[in-house]
Design a protein around this ligand. Structure first.
Ligand code: HEM
Length: 451
């Protein structure tokens, strides 16, 4: 969890340099050109999400069973594999050694330790939770999330085989499909942990065994498997694939409808628990789920997708969901799991509250500026007049300036949140280093009792 928070901090700084390069194209071109900064940014934030999601599952499964993990050795091995491969990936980017595909631009050989680490995670998790009988929905979400992530990650490397690589349409279809499902897989891990956290806060165990919880789980699973079609609308592939995925995408409207339907009760729930720092992040994520789903459902309509594809609307969609939903949910989990650590010092909640508001307001402005820039780019893309690229980019400049400044205040907000959390953890490690306590003898976390 701590490593993932550091990756988040680093990733945002890379993102800011990238945003500056929108406005000053030659900035740092010799050392960190946009070709390097984009993968450095995207990989850091993707690894923030993946490591934090893994961390939350490994912590919460112990709270669920009341027992330690099956093997501490496997966890250490898993952490070592990630701790070696992630810096190696960053070094390869800085040296300009690529060889991979978009989002995983590093040389494919570096994917091997990640696959190995994920298999260890799967073994450790399945051995830790015990029987399949009468398990709550979050255990199923974690299990399917882990399996599907492994499957889709391997799928995203099928291009290394000439059979896939030699046909560009097949190659891109598999590639774009795998990314769509992979996000669904990590969402399963994060949503599962969020349900566990909500249960801890409310104290109601029954909710995660209810029919509604399982109905939503199956809708999510169905979408994870078949909802990637909007990624490939622009490819000349089989129409039936596009029709099926269009229909599946629209099932997300059910989830959207449910959010609106439950809005009143969520507001009253929020009023009861809003003083709880972790819960506040859950509320923010709820609002971002609503905004992101609105945009996603629109983008899944083929007639609109033709315009949005390849514009900043896609970037707004990617960042709105990974920041507004994934990052806020993971921060809620980080606040919960790390505030319950060995150190007696409590997290300074005033700081977190300030950071929370700064981040949310900035993110909204950041997101809107990208959407507007995207609309203007879409108009340019489809225009029959041959307006030069540079003229279009000049038109987008005011929105890039807003993007850059709201990005800066957003980073400040995130840092204000991260500072007290990390400070507390570091003081906790000092206790271990000084030998005052032994981490192996720590009790299982989880202070909130459930009915
Ligand atoms: C929690 C923090 C963040 C997350 C999770 C995140 C996530 C992402 C993702 C997933 C992409 C890929 C988008 C795509 O391929 O369409 C991206 C691209 C990008 N992000 Fe971020 N981001 C974060 C913060 C920031 C910040 C603070 C800035 C700076 C103001 C920033 C600037 C950029 C830029 C310039 C790109 C490249 C877009 C392009 O290719 O044109 N990001 N980010």
């Amino acid at each position: 969890m701590v490593g993932s928070l550091l990756l988040l901090a680093m990733g945002m700084l890379f993102g800011w340099i990238g945003a500056l390069q929108y406005l000053v194209p030659g900035f740092l071109v010799k050392w960190l050109s946009f070709e390097k900064i984009r993968p450095l940014h995207v990989s850091s934030v993707v690894f923030w999400i993946i490591l934090a999601a893994m961390g939350s599952v490994l912590i919460y499964v112990q709270e669920h069973t009341g027992r330690k993990l099956y093997s501490a050795l496997l966890t250490r091995l898993q952490l070592s594999l990630f701790s070696l491969s992630i810096p190696a990936i960053f070094i390869s980017y800085c040296m300009g050694i690529f060889g991979g595909r978009e989002y995983w631009e590093f040389p494919p050989v570096l994917a091997l330790p990640i696959i190995a680490g994920w298999i260890l995670f799967l073994i450790n998790f399945t051995r830790s939770f015990g029987t399949f009988k009468q398990q709550p929905v979050y255990i199923w979400m974690w299990l399917t999330g882990i399996i599907f992530f492994l499957f889709t990650f391997l799928e995203s490397y099928l291009w290394v085989f000439p059979y896939f690589r030699n046909n560009i349409i097949n190659d891109m279809t598999v590639q774009w499909k795998s990314y769509g499902s992979m996000v669904g897989a990590w969402n399963m891990l994060i949503y599962g942990s969020s349900i566990f956290l909500m249960q801890k806060i409310s104290g109601h165990k029954n909710d995660s065994h209810s029919r509604m919880a399982f109905a939503l789980y199956f809708t999510g699973l169905f979408n994870l498997m078949f909802n990637w079609g909007h990624h490939i609308y622009t490819l000349p592939t089989y129409h039936f694939i596009q029709y099926i995925s269009y229909v599946v995408s629209m099932t997300e409207l059910l989830i959207l409808g449910r959010i609106i339907w439950q809005w009143k009760s969520s507001v009253s729930k929020a009023a009861i628990h809003f003083h709880h720092t972790a819960f506040r992040f859950l509320v923010a994520a709820d609002i971002w789920i609503f905004l992101s789903l609105l945009l996603a459902v629109l983008m899944s309509v083929p007639a609109i997708n033709v315009y949005t594809h390849g514009t900043h609307i896609t970037v707004a969609h990617a960042m709105g969901t990974t920041i507004g939903i994934n990052s806020f949910l993971l921060l809620a989990i980080a606040v919960d799991t790390l505030s319950n650590s060995c150190s007696k010092e409590s997290i300074n909640e005033k700081w977190i509250t300030k950071g929370y508001w700064i981040t949310n307001i900035s993110l909204f402005i950041f997101w809107i500026s990208l959407v507007i820039a995207g609309i203007l780019k879409a108009k340019w893309q489809m225009s029959t007049e041959k307006i030069p690229f540079s003229t279009m980019m000049l038109q987008l400049r005011p929105f890039f300036i807003v993007f850059l400044f709201s990005g800066l205040t957003m980073i400040a907000g995130f840092f204000i949140i991260l500072y007290p959390i990390l400070k507390k953890q570091i003081s906790c490690y000092l206790v271990y280093i000084l030998g005052e306590r032994n981490p192996a003898e720590e009790p299982i976390r989880g202070t909130i009792s459930m009915d």
